[in-house]
Design a binder for this molecule. Structure first.
Ligand SMILES: NC(=O)c1ccc[n+]([C@@H]2O[C@H](COP(=O)([O-])OP(=O)(O)OC[C@H]3O[C@@H](n4cnc5c(N)ncnc54)[C@H](O)[C@@H]3O)[C@@H](O)[C@H]2O)c1
Length: 339
């Protein structure tokens, strides 16, 4: 069994809270290098992960012959560039979402991955959450158009975080809503062809005008429709995510990726997990098989870039319908775009 030496680039909150523990307990990954522009953050993760070294120099780790996999968990404006550098160095890549901030960035990263022949996995973990998979199986068997409402809401004004800076993150609708947009397309099994959005900057003022809250309606070729209700001004006592799907006399409700209810003509069934499972472990586990050449990625460059048929980059979806993120203005109530 291959064990992959990992260079973790970006040792912030998400790595410390999620990836670090998962990498440490996965038999096929060994953290070899921890990289962060903040050396204290790199040192903390290196010590907790048993890494050989920490550094603030990404190129040192990317060019290290002992490194097999580059794991990118920095702010979003670095994702495509780090992907290209890692691919050219012949390293496999696990990249947190989104793949890049523009279609051009995504295409460049995808080209570097394809040309180098390395394997690439993009962190749309919700695709492999147990209840996502269960719901998708059911919907595929029903084989009818569906209506979906996805509430993705918390109290998350981000203060001075990079997430409110559109240049660093794409803004919250792009930078975080991409998870939900990807999953909506997976449920329907198609890319949207129409989009309508209302919303704006309802939480903290954004330095670049990125909207933080929006109601986005998507129309699909098969007649399905979905609403993504993404809000940064909700309350954290309520589970952040709830998905309601109606299709052919069935109603499916996924509560916080912890419980699911299916209401069907033959009765009601409830399912629950011991803890919230958004698919982080499943995607990491799949990545090990992908890097070993044993499996194709569920979320790879095809899903991450803006090539025809891709489903992951929301800005592409906005562009496709003539509604680019830059047109989604940040004044309260002023996010308004009709395809
Ligand atoms: N899949 C999920 O469920 C999920 C959840 C949260 C965050 N994320 C993703 O994880 C990534 C990191 O988010 P976070 O919440 O940990 O942010 P964070 O701000 O806590 O961490 C980012 C880290 O990257 C470092 N950094 C910045 N530029 C760098 C560079 N050029 N080279 C090396 N290090 C650099 C920062 O110093 C910081 O320590 C983002 O892509 C985010 O979208 C994914």
């Amino acid at each position: 069994m291959s064990v992959f030496n990992v260079a973790l680039i970006g040792c912030g909150g998400f790595v410390r809270h999620t990836h670090l523990a998962n990498l440490n307990r996965h038999a096929r990954f060994q953290i070899h290098a921890a990289v962060d522009v903040n050396p204290d953050a790199a040192q903390r993760v290196a010590e907790a992960g048993g890494a050989a070294y920490w550094t603030d120099d990404a190129d040192r780790a990317i060019s290290d012959p002992a490194v097999d996999v580059v794991f990118i968990a920095t702010p979003h404006h670095n994702h495509a560039d780090l992907t290209i550098r890692a691919a050219r160095a012949g390293k496999h890549i696990y990249c947190e979402k989104p793949m890049g901030l523009t279609e051009a960035e995504c295409q460049a990263a995808a080209a570097a991955v394809r040309e180098s022949g390395v394997k690439y996995v993009l962190g749309y973990n919700r695709a492999l959450a147990p209840f996502s998979l269960q719901a998708r199986d059911l919907l595929a068997s029903l084989d009818e158009p569906m209506l979906i409402c996805y509430r993705f809401a918390d109290w998350n004004p981000y203060g001075t975080s990079w997430m409110i800076d559109e240049k660093l993150s794409g803004g919250r609708v792009i930078g975080e809503g991409c998870h939900a947009l990807d999953l909506l397309c997976r449920f329907v099994g198609q890319d949207p062809v129409r989009l309508y959005a209302e919303g704006g900057n309802l939480a903290a003022p954004s330095p670049t005008g990125a909207p933080d809250s929006a109601a986005i309606t998507l129309g699909f070729p098969n007649g399905s429709a979905a609403v993504l209700y993404l809000s940064s001004v909700g309350n954290n006592a309520c589970p952040k995510e709830e998905i309601q799907i109606t299709c052919n006399n069935h109603t499916v409700v996924i509560y916080g990726f912890e419980r699911m209810a299916v209401y069907a003509p033959d009765g009601e069934k409830s399912f629950s997990l011991p803890a919230v499972d958004k698919g982080h472990w499943a995607l990491l586990d799949e990545a090990a098989s992908v890097f070993a050449g044993e499996a194709e990625p569920s979320v790879g460059v095809a899903e991450g870039c803006a090539a025809p048929g891709s489903r992951s980059l929301p800005s592409r979806r906005f562009e496709r319908t003539g509604c680019t993120p830059s047109r989604l203005r940040a004044t309260r109530g002023d996010l308004h775009c009709v395809s």
